[in-house]
Ligand binder design. Structure first.
Ligand code: PMP
Length: 412
């Protein structure tokens, strides 16, 4: 028998025979993808031993509640490593439903809940099931940087409505209404808002709901920072009257429970939507890990003191950082009403957000995120995470002020 052998190294270089990819790959590679460049550079510096204060992404520095971790570990040891139901165990779905009912005052049952891989997976699953090619999705802007990719993946068209920085980025209801066309299917909001820190008021939420009812739209509400509202209580979309059949609320354990790597979130919505999400996830994840769901059940069955403590940490750090940054020349700090971030308007410095962030990383070893990838209204702003211990926050604030002073003294 003769063998025809061709070694792998003899394959033609891929540049000579490029394979084609689906149009989707372009749609998920929007501007948002570039947002994380400073973060990646800072991580590389840290890995090479440089002491960088990393305030780029929303990674909480607090320890997760012991009860959640202990339950997760015990579940792993007990062999809870087999396939789990596609949208979560009935017990966990019921616990998430009664938590939502407690908070919103509106009926919520297990059939209203899908357990999904993080809020990110929830946003992707929910939007994929409520809108598609040819549909328009209205999103107040700045937008969280991953939204663009989600919209791209679904083939929908994003219509952005700017939030006004001068007024603290509240939703502009007249502009939202003016953006509605016969093709609009969804209004997608985020409260507390990333990156601006705005917490929408009850009146704003009710007005947005009224728009959805009047124009027969879905309300997709990203409430991943629901436990981190400082200026006023968080008003969740599930609490809004006559909205249950057109509302999808997305949240997760990531932020307030300090476990972003659990990838455990949920969608709350009408049972039909939950069934569609179940079908979608069957072809994507085939269900989430049972041991993480056990940990989540321990976390979500009651109100953990660790969550209240974490809320207090972020409120206190926001006050501290705002006080420090008030001294930064040619910068304007936007005090957040909630969430894990502070926006700093550095346009008066004459630098782009990118140049400012790179200079700050180079000379002061503080990594923050340029906001340009969050939309046109956020251009020239930096987003500063509060996910570091107070002494590091203080140190970072002082270094940012020092850098801003140096910039202000440079010859133009
Ligand atoms: N929405 C917003 C506004 C976020 O800030 C984040 C995380 N940074 C997510 C969704 C995704 O959260 P998760 O980790 O639960 O996927």
């Amino acid at each position: 028998m003769t063998w025809s052998i061709r070694r792998v190294s003899e394959r033609p270089p891929s540049s000579l025979s490029p394979m084609r990819f689906a149009p989707l790959v372009e749609r998920v590679a929007g501007k948002g993808v570039g947002t994380w460049v400073t973060h990646t550079q800072a991580r590389l510096l840290i890995e090479s031993g440089v002491d960088v204060i990393l305030l780029t992404v929303g990674n909480p520095d607090q320890k997760p509640a012991a009860t959640m971790i202990d339950t997760t570990v015990a579940a792993l040891r007990a062999g809870r490593t087999l396939h789990a139901p596609t949208i979560g165990y009935p017990k966990l779905r019921a616990a998430i439903a009664s938590r939502s009912e407690r908070r919103s005052g509106r009926a919520c049952a297990a059939e209203n809940v899908a357990v999904v891989p993080g809020a990110q997976g929830g946003l992707f699953s929910a939007l994929s099931c409520i809108a598609g090619a040819g549909d328009e999705v209205i999103v107040p802007e700045p937008i969280y940087a991953t939204y663009e990719g989600v919209v791209g993946a679904t083939g929908t068209t994003m219509v952005t409505v700017p939030l006004d920085p001068a007024r603290g980025f509240p939703p502009d209801l007249a502009a939202l209404e003016a953006a509605i066309t016969p093709r609009t299917r969804v209004i997608w909001i985020n409260t507390p808002h990333n990156p601006t820190g705005a917490v929408f008021t009850a009146a704003e939420m009710e007005a947005i709901a009224a728009l959805c009812r009047a124009h027969d739209l879905w309300l997709l509400s990203d409430e991943v920072y629901e436990d981190l509202a400082f200026a006023r209580p968080h008003v969740g979309a599930w609490s809004l009257p006559d909205m249950a059949e057109r509302t999808a609320v997305v949240s997760s354990l990531s932020k307030a429970h300090a476990v972003p790597a659990y990838r455990l979130g949920w969608v709350i919505g009408p049972p039909d939507l939950i069934r569609h999400i179940s079908n979608l996830l069957l072809s994507v994840t085939y269900g989430g890990p049972a041991f993480l769901q056990d940990g989540a059940l321990a976390a979500l069955s009651g109100d953990l003191p660790e969550v209240a403590a974490l809320h207090e940490d972020y409120r206190r750090r926001a006050v501290l950082m705002c006080r420090l940054l008030a001294e930064a020349l040619h910068c304007r700090v936007v005090p957040p009403e909630g969430g894990m971030f502070i926006m700093l308007d550095i346009r008066p410095s004459g630098l782009s957000a990118d140049a400012f962030a790179h200079g700050l990383l180079d000379s002061e070893r503080v990594a923050v995120l340029p906001c340009d990838g969050f939309g046109a209204s956020a251009e020239g702003y930096l987003r500063i995470s509060l996910g570091a211990p107070d002494d590091r926050i203080r140190e970072a604030g002082e270094r940012i002020v020092r850098y801003a002073q140096r910039l202000a003294q440079r010859p133009l």
